[in-house]
Design a protein around this ligand. Structure first.
Ligand code: SF4
Length: 373
């Protein structure tokens, strides 16, 4: 059974795990929440030890053919765009490697002209000898399109459903192939069939009531644990951040509720990785690291070329798929536009220091592709 049918029947038919999860995210007193936090900490320690995986996003391109009302890269936003060459991608990656990272997440908007399968393949081939863990977060593909990327060295795939509410999804995704809700929803299984060994899912919090999104997300996790059981499943809980286009979140989730959600996920799914990005401010990230989070980004940039200023000479705007000269304001930074504003801008070294102060060991590398032959 595909997850589409599970989702469509979720209001009537929830598993015991999801029913328990629903209780865990219901309003709690301070004492109840503290008890959840203690259980969550203990389960995290039991399953992951005192470790924190560190990764960095590497933006390849901010070209996109979709209009997602909440995203700065939407095709109708008159932003500064660029697609890095393979050499420029390698230069950005080496900057990250010199900062300690061995696990990178290649991120790109969805645009077959600029971000083709061949382009992705070339990027992965160039990076694979130097990076034991390469994940991708790009437009969803078919299984046979993913397979060459896996063979080239990609081992992780990240795809957020954004919202699990079909009606809300239709309203927010106004143009482009991303309008196909089910094609995106079933992407993790296609990726698993292609051989990805890490699969990351998530919901963009702020588009709908967080409790409804969380219940659907929990059901999705449970489904993937049953159907993609050889893969390592991770969950992200990104909250909407300001971005080009000026979309304002319609719903909110407080810091306290986010912490409760992290605990509820850990208690319900003790072995699932929980990812926290630099979207969240430093003080909250520091509090959540000992609660259940197992993977963090650090020192991130969300614009292509953001680490080394590669690609600045080719900044442009894209109108109906055509490259046009950029309209630059006086003194405007020549970097391409970022996807969203980050909140925690501390360096990787600083994050490492904070983790160690909290008794956690940063993990730069936990996988060696060559051991698989
Ligand atoms: S969310 Fe993804 S698909 Fe949508 S506009 Fe942004 S980059 Fe493109």
């Amino acid at each position: 059974m595909s997850f589409s049918s599970v989702l469509d029947n979720l209001a009537l038919r929830k598993s015991a795990v999801v029913r328990r999860f629903e209780q865990l995210i219901a309003p709690k007193s301070d004492a109840e929440l503290e008890a959840m936090a203690q259980t969550s900490r203990a389960l995290t320690l039991q399953n992951f030890g005192r470790t924190m995986r560190l990764f960095a996003p590497l933006y390849l391109s901010n070209e996109c053919i979709n209009n997602c009302r909440y995203c700065g890269f939407s095709r109708d936003n008159p932003i500064l765009r660029v697609t890095l060459s393979v050499e420029e991608v390698l230069a950005e990656a080496r900057f990250l490697r010199d900062s300690g990272f061995r696990q990178i997440l290649l991120v790109a908007g969805e645009h077959p002209k600029f971000v083709s399968e061949d382009y992705l393949l070339e990027c992965i081939r160039a990076l694979a000898p130097e990076f034991p863990s390469i994940s991708i977060e790009v437009g969803p593909m078919q299984t046979d399109e993913y397979s060459p990327l896996v063979r080239a060295g990609a081992e992780g795939l990240v795809v957020y459903q954004e919202t699990y509410q079909r009606g809300v999804y239709a309203e927010l995704h106004t143009a482009g192939p991303k309008r196909d809700f089910d094609y995106r929803l079933n992407c993790p299984e296609r990726a698993y069939s292609a051989g990805f060994r890490r699969i990351g899912i998530g919901a963009l919090l702020g588009l709908w009531r967080w409790q409804d999104e969380a219940i659907a997300l929990a059901a999705h996790v449970e489904h993937l644990l049953q159907h993609c059981w050889q893969a390592q499943i991770t969950v992200s809980l990104p909250r909407l951040r300001p971005a080009a286009g000026g979309f304002r979140p319609l719903f909110s989730i407080s810091d306290r509720e986010l912490a409760q959600l992290v605990c509820a996920l850990r208690i319900s799914f003790p072995q699932v990785g929980i990812v926290l990005s630099t979207r969240e401010r430093a003080s909250l990230r520091d509090a959540l690291v000992s609660l259940g989070v197992t993977m963090m980004s650090a020192g991130s940039h969300t614009e292509p070329g953001g680490y080394t200023r590669r690609g600045v000479g080719r900044i442009h705007q894209t109108v109906r798929g055509r490259i046009v000269p950029p309209e630059l304001q006086n003194g405007e930074d020549q970097l391409a536009t970022g996807q969203f504003e980050i909140s925690d801008d501390r360096s990787p070294e600083k994050i490492v220091q904070v983790l160690r102060e909290r008794g956690l060991e940063p993990v730069w590398k936990d996988w060696e592709q060559s051991l698989c032959g």
